[in-house]
Design a protein around this ligand. Structure first.
Ligand code: SF4
Ligand code: FES
Length: 255
């Protein structure tokens, strides 16, 4: 297949950027989108050009680093699919494809298609953990958990922290991500101990990072490669409201 690519090129953070056109020739339809970019980059390098910078790691939908907006849609618009799992066969021969980075104040562009998603790490550091005393491995049945709770927690835990929800949202809201992380822990007995401080600290950090508020457009859920449900945002709001009512003090980790 032959494709025309219009790719955002930007030399460094804060530098001006622009869309540049490239030809992707003789691409095998079963290649992944990132493999197609590898082929284009090999051609650029062979001609002495600068390869297109983009993030990837696992290339199997687990790590959440392949942050590309393809034809205006975060991860390219195939339901439940990361950019690294998107295949060229879903495009038409001769098609023009635009490729841009996530665009949100909380995710500044570092170079070409690479953004700094450290804001998500700082939100997790603010409360996305459980504090436990380490020791011997606990007995498997020492803490029974209702199946409905463990299943729901697993649904939330599927979030890979990719940031597509932010990229798709007109408010650049990170609520679906934070909702998934808060819910994943709050649904389990191990996470209930710190649930009040957790939700307050994570939401405070989310706001400090410059992410917007949720106005329930549903665009986050539509592009989420792990199909995290909007229901978790309702759960986050409930957790937050209860925490405020309890008057919990922020225990922000400033270390
Ligand atoms: S909620 Fe979905 S889109 Fe948002 S970071 Fe998690 S996996 Fe990515
Ligand atoms: S490269 Fe890891 S999810 Fe795409």
């Amino acid at each position: 297949m032959n494709l025309t690519l219009k790719v955002w090129r930007q030399k460094a953070a804060g530098a001006p950027g622009q869309m540049m056109e490239y030809q992707a020739r003789d691409i095998i339809p079963d290649m992944s989108f990132l493999e197609m970019l590898d082929v284009v980059n090999e051609g650029l390098i062979a001609k002495g050009g600068e390869p297109i910078a983009f993030d990837s790691d696992c290339r199997e939908g687990i790590c959440g680093t392949c942050s590309l907006v393809i034809n205006g849609v975060a991860h390219g618009g195939q339901r439940g699919t990361t950019a690294c799992q998107l295949h060229i066969r879903h495009f038409k021969d001769g098609q023009t494809i635009t490729i841009e980075p996530w665009r949100a104040r909380g995710f500044p562009v570092l170079r070409d298609l690479v953004t700094d998603r450290g804001a998500f790490d700082r939100i997790i550091q603010a409360g996305g953990f459980v504090s436990v005393n380490t020791g011997g491995t606990p007995d498997a049945n020492s803490l029974p958990i209702a199946k409905v709770a463990s299943d729901r927690s697993m649904d939330a835990a599927a979030c890979i922290g990719c940031g597509a929800c932010v990229a798709a949202c007109k408010n650049a809201s990170a609520m679906l991500f934070v909702a998934a992380k808060v819910s994943h822990l709050a649904l389990l007995p191990q996470g209930r101990v710190e649930r009040t401080e957790r939700v307050l600290n994570m939401v405070t950090q989310m706001d400090a990072e410059g992410f917007g508020n949720c106005t329930v457009t549903g665009s986050c859920e539509a592009v989420c490669p792990k199909e995290i449900s909007l229901d978790f945002i309702a759960r986050l709001n409930r957790e937050y409201g209860v925490a405020l009512l309890k008057g919990a003090k922020l225990q922000k980790n400033t270390a």
